[in-house]
Ligand binder design. Structure first.
Ligand SMILES: C=C(OP(=O)(O)O)C(=O)O
Ligand SMILES: [Mg+2]
Length: 492
């Protein structure tokens, strides 16, 4: 850590950079703009050099942000030290900031930007931290303000009165009671099994999730382990991390997703070019075109850890769009002696061609976060378009139905591992669309289990038909609310 910070501070003192800034200021450009322009000039040169040099661009931009903050008399970026229970309020948080939060003091997160499927929200759910994104006026809050953060309803209230405080505490204890009242494997009222699984990122998440009443891991986001790594993790480093995760889950299934780098999850060791539309660029499995060694090393490490622990390991690739990609990935998985290979369905093309793709792989796992962003042509970070970026959108449900039907016809499992799985009402719809497992932040499991236990498979199918028959996301949800067992609504 010290070495990284030292290298960063040397960048800030670079004489070439200083000379460039001074030259620009001499032409009348203001100091903050001069720093920004000079740093961007250096970044382009580094990016053209590629490899290690290109990886320094992120650090250099961090230096820029710090200098610009100083010049403008603003607070430097990054999270301040905390000494008492605090709510972190920010414009938005970088994944690395969220992943390194001081959990002894942070009790909730509020951001002005971002969306419900942005990584801030996902990692917060993973850490079991209440999080409300897209809060207008959040940045007007100041240190010392008392706020009530209600993540279930997405509200933030300054100076909550006694009745609101009591209502929040009462709901928290009602949910805790619900948690205690349900347990065991997920199943519908008529006994159809629906596996309830955890989404995990870091080893600590895995160890925490493994202690809970759930059936394994449906999504191990391996890139979260390496968000801070400047260089590609060695096979040895990876084996150590995977071994800990597999050991924690014993004989329960663990679905490992290969690195999903790029777009909203940049990794310094797998840089992409400056792309106009990174979400549509080289990300996920597409990185394999550029850095094939990364996937081979990762599969080697997963196979070694699986062998050492005897764990039930399934492997899947993110961002698959074509039959050819699915087939090539499956062959790579099998060539490493890993017995079960699958793909994520998060690109609409893959859902549309699901019957062809399922022939090549052992299972599907639907990533509703990306599937929604691509189906609705709405950036998952764009909170302003929240009503479009909603997995209840009937168009998204139609795509899920295609993947579910293809799995059913081929008698292969189809899970959902996007945030949609954590919404108890939507979970029922998903089961009605043929989904066989639901993977989510572990704290979501009890409510989903409770909803499933009160609904038959036939009812789930009826709910799915009603949702698909609606004209938009809000109507789909209302249609389901009108049909579902009212007890479920009380527990939400
Ligand atoms: C589960 C998904 O993957 P991620 O959120 O990590 O992109 C998804 O896209 O739904
Ligand atoms: Mg995704």
């Amino acid at each position: 850590m010290a070495a990284v910070l030292e290298a960063t501070s040397l960048m800030a003192q670079d004489p070439g950079l200083l000379a460039d800034v001074l030259r620009r200021m001499a032409t009348g450009v203001g100091p903050a703009t001069a720093v920004d322009q000079a740093v961007e000039g250096f970044c382009s040169i580094l990016e053209m050099s590629g490899g290690y040099m290109a990886e320094r661009v992120t650090d250099l931009r961090d230096v820029r942000d710090r200098i610009v903050a100083q010049v403008l008399g603003q607070k430097p970026p990054g999270l301040p030290q905390m000494t008492e229970p605090s709510v972190v309020v920010a414009a938005d948080l970088a994944p690395a900031d969220t992943a390194t939060l001081d959990l002894d003091h942070v009790v909730a997160i509020v951001t002005e930007l971002g969306g419900p499927t942005s990584h801030t929200a996902i990692i917060a759910a993973q850490l079991d931290l209440p999080c409300v994104v897209r809060t207008a006026g959040a940045l007007e809050l100041v240190d010392g303000d008392i706020i009530a953060v209600d993540a279930a309803h997405g509200t933030v209230v300054k100076d909550p009165d006694d009745s609101l405080r009591e209502a929040i505490l009462a709901r928290a204890s009602a949910r805790a009671a619900l948690k205690e009242s349900s347990g065991g494997p997920g199943k519908t009222k008529d006994g159809q099994a629906v596996q309830l699984l955890a989404n995990i990122g870091k080893v600590e998440d895995a160890e925490k999730a493994a202690k809970q009443d759930l059936e394994g891991v449906g999504l191990f986001r391996t890139e979260v382990l390496f968000l801070d790594s400047k260089t590609a993790p060695s096979v040895e480093t990876q084996v150590k991390a995977y071994t800990k995760v597999f050991q924690a889950f014993g004989d329960r299934k663990v679905v490992v997703r290969t690195l999903d780098a790029g777009a909203d999850k940049p990794l310094a060791f797998a840089p992409s070019d400056e792309e106009e539309n990174p979400a549509l660029g080289v990300r996920g499995l597409r990185m394999d075109r550029r850095y094939p060694q990364l996937l081979d090393d990762q599969l080697t490490a997963i196979a070694q850890a699986a062998k050492a622990t005897g764990a039930k390991v399934w492997v899947m690739a993110p961002m698959v769009a074509t039959v050819h990609e699915a087939q090539a990935f499956e062959q790579r998985v099998k060539s490493h002696d890993l017995p079960v290979g699958g793909i994520m369905i998060e690109v609409p093309a893959a859902a549309l061609r699901a019957p062809h793709l399922i022939e090549k792989v052992d299972f599907f796992s639907i990533g509703t976060n990306d599937l929604t962003q691509y189906a609705m042509a709405t950036d998952r970070m764009a909170g302003e378009l929240a009503e479009l970026l909603d997995p209840w959108q009937p168009a998204v449900l139609d795509l899920i139905a295609m993947a579910g039907a293809a799995g059913k016809a081929a008698d292969k499992p189809v899970g959902v591992c996007g945030e949609a799985a954590r919404d108890p009402l939507l979970a029922l719809v998903l089961v009605g669309l043929g989904i066989t497992s639901l993977s989510m932040a572990p704290n979501g499991v009890p409510a989903v289990r409770y909803a499933l236990a009160r609904t038959t498979t036939a009812q789930c199918e009826e709910l799915a038909a009603a949702a698909r028959g609606a004209i938009d996301a809000a109507a789909a949800r209302s249609a389901v609310e009108a049909l579902v067992d009212p007890e479920i609504l009380l527990a939400l």
